[in-house]
Structures are given as structure tokens and as C-alpha cells.
Design a protein around this ligand. Structure first.
Ligand SMILES: NC(=O)c1ccc[n+]([C@@H]2O[C@H](COP(=O)([O-])OP(=O)(O)OC[C@H]3O[C@@H](n4cnc5c(N)ncnc54)[C@H](O)[C@@H]3O)[C@@H](O)[C@H]2O)c1
Length: 235
């Protein structure tokens, strides 16, 4: 399938690691012009260092990229944190809860807010990283699940709020990245545990960013090997 992304101006947040970095490399392979926004620098690409929770920094970073490219066609929001995974709700502080929402929800909002004028001009598209954690949970994941449920709802609201701009999100199950390694460790190496690669997610992101998905808007694409489709019925 031809994605026709060559020459498109793409901004990826959370681009220094994991899924964001895989998206950067996949867009580059399609010939897109890619900018990477992260706390950390990224090599071989237009890199802007910013904290997505800081509105001034986000506004400045998005402005620098849009001016450099003469516009923006695609924004991919990957910046995210997992927070106190493994800590029960009773032991989770308000500050820990707020910190997760600040990056995973407010951070996504701020990037789209400041890219919106450019995306409206180009009739562009946004792809946000939500998670299967918007729909399912394990013990000790309350802040993260709350944040990802909010990303799914915000995706629908943004799709309605930004005429001409398509906004979708992807909801992968566990992906082998520094984030999941830090939270789950060697469980990821168990062949019985279905883990996906960052490149699997990048494929979905590129499809949703491209005109091949022009009729898809306000949707959450759940990619979990079908695990959540299975009933608890003992059969
Ligand atoms: N790894 C998984 O299993 C998995 C599954 C589903 C969804 N996701 C989501 O995918 C996205 C990427 O996750 P990942 O696994 O690649 O994580 P990662 O930790 O490998 O990469 C996250 C990147 O976000 C950046 N970042 C964090 N806070 C930031 C901030 N305030 N401002 C700017 N950049 C910031 C980090 O510096 C890092 O480069 C996240 O939103 C995550 O919730 C991950």
C-alpha cells in the first residue's frame, strides 16, 4: 500500500525512545520531513527539546518546527509516562496521579492545541498514543489507565472540535520499550506473553496519518492480539 507520506511535515513527541523513535524512523523511511520533540535530543532529525507539560515550551517548539517546515501535516503524540505502576490506589498520592495526567493528557492536549492552526491549514491529521489500558487493567495501574481513557475520549472530542483535521489514537497492548521494560522487566521475554514491537505500532500510526485512512476519524484502534475480545466464559 502506498502511503504517500513523502515530503509531509511531521512532528513526533516522545520521539527519543521506544514507540516515538520507531515512528520517527518509519516516517523518515517514507521520505517525510520529521521533527522530534522530547525532553531528550534525537539524532539525524530536526530536534526540539521541550517538556510537553509546559505550555510556553510547547508553543515555542511547535512554532519552530512549523516555521522550519513551512507548515505541519501530521502530529504524533507519543510522549508519556507510566507513573507509579504496581502501587495500589490507596497508596497513590494526589501528586503522583496528577503527574501522570499532566504528561499523558494535558501534554497531548497542549501539542495539538498549538499545532492546530497549522493542521487546519493543511487539513492534516493527528495520531495520539493511548493504550489498551484505556479498556483493561491490572492491579496498580489506576493513574495510567485513567490517563489513557482520557486520551481516547479526548481523541473523539478533538476530532469534533477541529474541522478538517482527522484525530485518531492507537491503543496497543504491551510493547517492548524502555517504559515497559522498566515496569515489567523480564516478563517481556516470556514467549507465552504476547509482546509487540515498536515498529508494529508505527505501522498503525503511519496508516492513520496517511490519506489511506481518510474516512477514519475520532477512532481508537485497539491492537492487542485479540486478547480483550475473549470472553471469561470457560471454553
Ligand atoms: N510500551 C508500552 O507497552 C506501551 C503500550 C501502550 C501505549 N504506550 C504509550 O506509548 C507512548 C510511548 O511509550 P514508550 O513505551 O515508547 O515509552 P518510552 O519511555 O520508551 O518513551 C517515552 C518518551 O517520552 C518522553 N517524555 C516523557 N515525558 C515527557 C515530557 N514531559 N515532555 C516531553 N517528552 C517526554 C521520554 O523522554 C521518552 O523519550 C506512551 O504514551 C505510552 O503510554 C506504551
Amino acid at each position: 500500500m502506498r502511503l504517500d507520506l513523502a515530503g509531509k511535515a511531521v512532528l513526533v513527541t516522545g520521539a527519543a525512545s521506544g514507540i516515538g523513535l520507531a515512528c520517527v524512523r518509519a516516517f523518515q523511511a517514507e521520505g517525510a520531513r520529521v521533527a522530534a520533540l522530547d525532553l531528550a535530543p534525537v539524532d539525524d532529525v530536526v530536534a526540539v527539546q521541550a517538556d510537553v507539560t509546559d505550555e510556553r515550551s510547547v508553543a515555542a517548539a511547535v512554532g519552530v518546527v512549523a516555521e522550519r517546515f513551512g507548515g505541519l501535516d501530521v502530529v504524533v503524540g507519543c510522549a508519556g509516562i507510566s507513573g507509579p505502576v504496581g502501587t495500589g490506589a490507596a497508596e497513590t498520592s494526589a501528586a503522583e496521579f496528577a503527574a501522570v495526567l499532566a504528561v499523558n493528557v494535558t501534554g497531548q492536549f497542549l501539542v495539538v492545541k498549538h499545532a492546530a492552526p497549522w493542521l487546519t491549514a493543511s487539513q492534516g491529521s493527528v495520531v495520539l498514543l493511548a493504550s489498551d489500558s484505556a479498556f483493561t487493567s491490572a492491579p496498580g495501574m489506576v493513574p495510567y489507565c485513567a490517563s489513557k481513557g482520557a486520551v481516547v475520549a479526548m481523541t473523539r472530542a478533538l476530532a469534533v472540535d477541529l474541522p478538517g483535521v482527522r484525530v485518531n489514537c492507537v491503543c496497543p497492548s504491551v510493547v517492548d520499550t524502555p517504559m515497559s521494560r522498566g515496569d515489567l522487566g523480564d516478563v517481556l521475554d516470556d514467549p507465552a506473553f504476547p509482546v509487540q514491537a515498536p515498529e508494529d505500532v508505527a505501522s498503525h500510526v503511519l496508516y492513520l496519518a496517511s490519506a489511506r485512512s481518510r474516512t477514519v476519524n475520532g477512532q481508537a484502534v485497539l491492537a492487542d492480539y485479540g486478547v480483550s475480545a475473549r470472553s471469561g466464559f470457560p471454553a
